[in-house]
Design a protein around this ligand. Structure first.
Ligand code: GSH
Length: 213
């Protein structure tokens, strides 16, 4: 049965390319696993949506009989027993994937909320030192390795790099050269490019549908 990935029916310009279904698309492209996309409305959150994602967010997936929400849980499930989760390094891959979600992403999200949602520049500036510290610590830990596990790109790199795309885009990695290069290396992968193109095509199709009335 083809895996079904659910995202929004439409989003404004600002989050395009960054909606978290990109992580799932990217992994599915890395694995060469076919999938189809279904949508839920961004604006009217239905009981059916909430039954599948209790916080009325996206993404969520249907994989056979299994419905899963939380991008991290989805990635862990899909990467299991694949090259992106080498069996002998499983605990370390999980550790880094959770570090991405729990030790890096919250600092980025807090900064985004101040800067873009609240348009509170002073608040965002106050968040920056702590975010900066996390990014410096991550860069130090990465050292001169290509990937978190050394030579092999894993699902932890996929998620970490996706999370770092927002600071990269906003100049926060400009003087963190190794981290910037890490994001470049990851997002240069054909699977990421394909995933990004398919998410952007999804929003374009939504615009076209709206324009056609
Ligand atoms: N922790 C969740 C976060 C999901 C999330 O924030 N999704 C965003 C899109 S990227 C969303 O649905 N935002 C709309 C909302 O929160 O109402 C995950 O990683 O799946």
């Amino acid at each position: 049965m083809t895996l079904v990935l659910t995202t929004y029916d439409w989003v404004p310009e600002f989050p395009r390319g960054f909606v978290r279904d990109i992580r799932v698309r990217w992994l599915l492209e890395e694995l060469g696993r076919p999938y189809q996309v279904e949508t839920v409305p961004l604006r009217q959150k239905s009981a059916d949506h909430i039954a599948q994602q209790p916080f009325a967010q996206v993404p969520f997936i249907r994989d056979g009989d299994l419905t899963l929400f939380e991008s991290g849980a989805i990635l862990l499930h899909l990467a299991e027993d694949t090259v992106l989760m080498p069996g002998d390094r499983r605990p370390q891959v999980q550790q880094w994937l959770i570090a991405a979600l729990n030790s890096i992403e919250p600092f980025i999200m807090a900064w985004i909320v101040n800067k873009f949602f609240d348009k509170d520049e002073a608040g965002a500036a106050r968040r920056e030192p702590l975010l900066r510290q996390r990014l410096e610590q991550l860069q130090a830990s990465l050292g001169d390795r290509d990937w978190l596990m050394g030579d092999s790109f894993t699902v932890a790199d996929l998620l970490m790099a996706d999370i770092l795309r927002i600071p990269a885009r906003n100049g926060l990695l400009d003087d963190l050269h190794a981290l910037a290069a890490y994001v470049e290396r990851a997002t240069d992968r054909p699977a990421f490019r394909k995933a990004l193109a398919s998410q952007m095509a999804h929003w374009k199709a939504a615009d076209d549908r709206m324009a056609a009335g």
